[in-house]
Design a protein around this ligand. Structure first.
Ligand code: PLP
Length: 391
């Protein structure tokens, strides 16, 4: 992300009501938007953003957030959904029908896989998993019914960074639409629409819940595109499904967006320092952080990214039992036990890889850390005191 992108996120065109010249965007709340007369009502088209028709179709607050997320992702159109998972569901439901097939990386965000397994299957949509670290696996898995390929970088929890360009090239060669879950990159680490050589995802989705919100207090998702026809297809599904976001939540994200790059780089700095520190500890067998030498896909991360999120996992040496690792997690004081990431509070979750992945990629218990905005030295002291109890 270039520095001037941050400037544009702050100065993106927004017209305050006449006579109220404040750059901050107001909270516009409405279900009903009234029209001057019947002719004006009939002339207004909800598909275009030159006017307002109904709260669900957008307000000045949500239109502004959509425009700014589109800018952050270097796309043209953005739709907002009530959560990151709802944004994934929107993409799937808009593009897939009976007899179609969807491909998902084997290390993808778990609920996206569950959605395919439990819901899409009931509508006659099939899905298969591919190994994102092997582009040939994607080539072998694409079949005549494949209509959509999801990409995610890095993988959820196990943090492998794939060769996105190679995966996109395979999908393009086979003429299949691609959707990238860009929650980790957040529009800052790399450009999901332009990874070089003219390769980029058709759709870039993000859980705004994470870095754009930054507060741990909002659930929201975005679906961004460059192509007008693809956007319209997604917008129709968005409308038919009745997806909308609350104005207060949209304003909370707008308020956090100007500081997203500063926060992202602060999370990144602390996470890399703590990951390197943990790598040197005898209790830890592996640290999985794409910016760390030796981590799976590190070379792809280096070729693709200018930064990394504040997220990494560690695999404990197998001599430490899962119960001991749970006790380590319980002993942490600053790190709080909880899902999600991108907020000010550092978080930790132990994962049972055996229930998530087949085959299981690592022996030993895995713990994922989300590094918040606390002082790095305090977080290191917290890790040290909890590790000391292990032995
Ligand atoms: C959190 C997350 C989501 C889902 O976001 P929610 O707003 O929690 O539904 C999707 N993808 C990734 C990679 C995430 O980390």
């Amino acid at each position: 992300m270039a520095d001037h992108d941050t400037t544009t996120l702050i100065h993106h065109p927004y017209r305050p009501p006449a006579g109220f010249e404040a750059p901050q965007v107001g909270v516009h709340k409405a279900s009903t938007v009234v029209f001057r007369d019947v002719a004006a009502m009939r002339a207004r088209d909800w598909q275009h953003k030159d006017g307002y028709t109904y709260g669900l179709h957008g307000t000045p607050t949500t239109f502004t957030l959509e425009a700014r997320i589109a800018h952050l992702e270097h796309g043209r159109h953005t739709l907002l959904a009530p959560s990151g998972l709802a944004a994934i569901a929107l993409v799937d439901l808009a593009l897939l029908g009976q007899g179609d097939e969807l491909l998902i990386p084997s290390n993808a965000y778990g609920p996206g896989k569950s959605l395919a397994r439990q819901q899409l299957a009931r509508y006659g949509v099939g899905h298969r998993l591919y190994d994102p670290m092997d582009p040939q696996s994607l080539a072998d898995t694409i079949g005549p019914a494949t209509r959509l390929v999801w990409l995610e970088a890095p993988g959820s929890v196990t943090m492998e960074f794939p060769d996105l360009r190679a995966l996109l090239a395979v999908a393009r060669e086979r003429g299949v639409t691609t959707a990238l879950d860009n929650t980790w990159g957040a529009g800052i680490a790399f450009d999901g629409f332009d990874l070089g050589d003219g390769l980029g995802a058709d759709i870039v989705m993000q859980a705004l819940t994470k870095f754009p919100s930054g507060g741990g207090d909002v659930l929201m998702g975005s679906v961004t595109t460059r192509d007008d026809a693809l956007h319209l297809k997604l917008k129709m599904a968005h409308m038919d499904l009745g997806l909308g976001v609350g104005a207060n939540d949209a304003e909370a994200v707008l308020r956090s967006l100007p500081s997203i790059a500063l926060r992202y780089h602060a999370h990144d700095r602390s996470a890399r320092a703590l990951a390197a520190w943990l790598q040197a500890r005898p209790e830890i067998a592996r640290v999985l952080h794409p910016a760390l030498e030796g981590s799976p896909g590190h070379a792809h991360w280096r070729a693709t990214c200018s930064a990394a999120a504040g997220l990494f996992s560690v695999v404990f040496d197998a001599r430490h039992t899962p119960a001991q690792v749970d006790a380590f997690v319980d002993a942490l004081r600053l790190f709080r036990i909880g899902y999600s990431w991108g907020g000010p509070v550092s978080l930790v979750v132990p994962y049972d890889l055996g229930s998530m992945r087949n085959p299981v990629p690592y022996q030993g218990t895995l713990v994922r850390f989300s590094i918040g905005l606390e002082a790095e030295a305090d977080l290191r002291d917290d890790l040290a005191q909890a590790l000391a109890r292990l032995d």
